[in-house]
Design a protein around this ligand. Structure first.
Ligand SMILES: *[C@@H]1O[C@H](CO)[C@@H](O)[C@H](O)[C@H]1NC(C)=O
Ligand SMILES: *[C@@H]1O[C@H](CO)[C@@H](O)[C@H](O)[C@H]1NC(C)=O
Ligand SMILES: *[C@@H]1O[C@H](CO)[C@@H](O)[C@H](O)[C@H]1NC(C)=O
Ligand SMILES: *[C@@H]1O[C@H](CO)[C@@H](O)[C@H](O)[C@H]1NC(C)=O
Ligand SMILES: *[C@@H]1O[C@H](CO)[C@@H](O)[C@H](O)[C@H]1NC(C)=O
Ligand SMILES: *[C@@H]1O[C@H](CO)[C@@H](O)[C@H](O)[C@H]1NC(C)=O
Ligand SMILES: *[C@@H]1O[C@H](CO)[C@@H](O)[C@H](O)[C@H]1NC(C)=O
Ligand SMILES: *[C@@H]1O[C@H](CO)[C@@H](O)[C@H](O)[C@H]1NC(C)=O
Ligand SMILES: *[C@@H]1O[C@H](CO)[C@@H](O)[C@H](O)[C@H]1NC(C)=O
Length: 403
């Protein structure tokens, strides 16, 4: 093993082929070959960013003395890199950014535990990143978009601001240990029958979930913003402990196999409630505690019964339309018009063949009363090409702007 000094001296005199002298304090440390990587790996700490050039590869090993990169670890637009590893790296202060690294098949970081953020997009060959146990336990935000990954087991974060998992066509299981999420979770267009489990999730600011086959949030108590489920394939939705959706909307649109929505302890929704075009949902009987709604209510579908026994205050309008006969439910619901439902029950009608055609969210549309619900509606989300929008948003880091 050469000493660090010797390597720097040798490198400085150009005796190591292709390698220029590289200092641990370079801003950034730039790697264009394994020789550069070997020098960088001799640093205990890299003070600024470490950037791999577009021609670095095919195999880059950053294992050695290197335990910390204070800045970001960045690889962008590199079509040559096939493997990237470090047996020693523990911390990346900034982003662990891999964007458009299309030949990368092997990513091995057994000691990596903390990163500022994970930003992985367009990694079309990456199947299974390898981390240690417990893997990455700290990251402020996580974006994994347009990859070939089949599992994300090495990402074991608990508290994050944002998580965006989209267009990972082989990702059929996403089980995450997160407990809190303070801005937005997006999950869409992954493997067609993706199982999603968030056993420890207690509160979340906003979530938008699409194209998921099973979904579980047994510990969820509180949603600060909105919760939206579009085009999923789960048959049941059950959130046993959820009591409040504070500022935003609750929305279930076009979930073709959904037979049961059960949120028995939900008392308040700050925005609107939309349940539309879930054609197998024959009864709305799982919102037994719902008492206050800050926006409008819109329920359209193929149900024959709507039970909202505790409903006590709806600020906006309410609309109930079904392909089936709902006369009995309407008798009760119409009584709420003007008193409980401040914006009036604008429509309560059964045997309407087109009941499932209108999927715009409560609060917008002609019958809406300018309720408190947000206008970044389920309808506009559903009509945009989700995959394109999310991939672009993820690539540009524009997730928050898009919202
Ligand atoms: C992705 O990287 C390749 C090089 O591997 C480059 O030719 C291409 O332009 C990059 N794509 C984008 C969208 O930047
Ligand atoms: C969300 O609500 C929880 C529980 O009330 C609270 O602890 C948390 O600070 C809130 N988070 C945000 C981002 O508002
Ligand atoms: C769906 O998931 C099950 C396991 O949950 C698996 O056996 C099946 O092959 C998957 N189907 C598709 C089309 O991916
Ligand atoms: C649901 O809430 C109850 C009462 O707060 C608690 O005892 C129970 O553990 C919670 N269930 C889960 C799965 O967190
Ligand atoms: C998430 O919800 C909060 C309310 O807790 C809201 O202020 C914020 O703008 C929302 N963020 C996104 C990205 O929707
Ligand atoms: C996935 O969800 C999006 C958004 O709701 C929807 O437009 C799209 O059709 C869904 N794709 C599949 C295959 O279900
Ligand atoms: C939905 O599930 C809940 C709880 O499991 C149950 O009480 C309710 O009867 C179910 N509703 C329908 C329509 O199956
Ligand atoms: C409503 O949907 C049905 C069946 O999907 C379709 O045949 C009909 O043309 C639609 N009607 C309108 C007014 O969009
Ligand atoms: C209703 O849901 C079905 C199945 O998911 C979907 O094909 C259809 O386009 C949806 N209708 C509307 C108006 O969104």
């Amino acid at each position: 093993m050469y000493s660090k000094e010797l390597i720097s001296v040798v490198a400085a005199f150009g005796l190591v082929s292709g390698a220029a002298a590289l200092s641990c304090k370079d801003d950034p440390v730039e790697i264009n070959s394994q020789a550069d990587a070997t020098q960088a790996a001799n640093c205990d700490t890299i003070t600024h960013d470490l950037v791999l050039g577009t021609q670095a590869g095919p195999d880059i090993n950053l294992g050695g003395d290197l335990t910390e990169i204070k800045g970001s670890l960045i690889v962008k637009n590199n079509g040559l890199l096939q493997s990237l590893s470090s047996s020693s790296l523990q911390t990346v202060g900034g982003a662990f950014q891999l964007n458009n690294v299309t030949s990368l098949t092997s990513l091995v970081f057994p000691e990596l535990g903390e990163v500022g953020s994970i930003d992985w997009t367009t990694l079309s060959s990456l199947q299974e990143p390898t981390f240690g146990t417990p893997g990455i336990t700290k990251a402020e935000s996580v974006i994994v978009a347009d990859t070939f990954v089949s599992n994300l087991d090495g990402i074991n974060v608990q508290d994050v601001t944002d998580m965006n998992i989209n267009n990972n066509r082989r990702l059929s299981k996403f089980s995450t240990s997160i407990k809190t999420l303070s801005n937005a979770l997006y999950v869409t267009a992954n493997a067609l029958n993706m199982t999603m489990e968030m056993p420890n999730l207690e509160w979340i600011a906003n979530m938008t979930i699409a194209n998921v086959s099973t979904f579980s949030v047994p510990s969820l108590k509180y949603v600060n913003g909105s919760m939206r489920f579009d085009s999923n394939y789960f048959t049941e939705f059950y959130a046993a402990n959820l009591t409040e959706i504070h500022d935003g909307d609750l929305s279930f649109v076009s979930n073709p196999q959904l037979t049961n929505i059960s949120i028995p302890q939900l008392e308040r929704v700050g925005g609107g409630v939309t349940i539309a075009n879930n054609t197998e949902l024959t009864k709305i009987d799982g919102l037994g505690s719902l008492s206050r709604v800050g926006g409008a209510i819109k329920m359209r579908g193929s149900f024959d019964e709507i039970d909202l026994p505790e409903l006590n205050d709806v600020v906006g309008t309410a609309e109930f339309v079904s392909t089936e006969d709902i006369t009995e439910s309407c008798d009760k619901l119409n009584e709420l018009s003007g008193n409980v439902v401040q914006g009036k029950v604008t429509e309560c009608k059964g045997l309407v063949a087109t009941a499932n055609n209108d999927t715009s969210s409560a609060g917008d549309g002609s019958s809406g009363s300018g309720s408190g619900s947000n206008d970044d509606s389920a309808a506009s989300l559903a009509s945009a090409s989700m995959s394109t929008v999310f991939t672009l948003a993820a690539l540009g880091g524009l997730v928050a702007t898009f919202l």
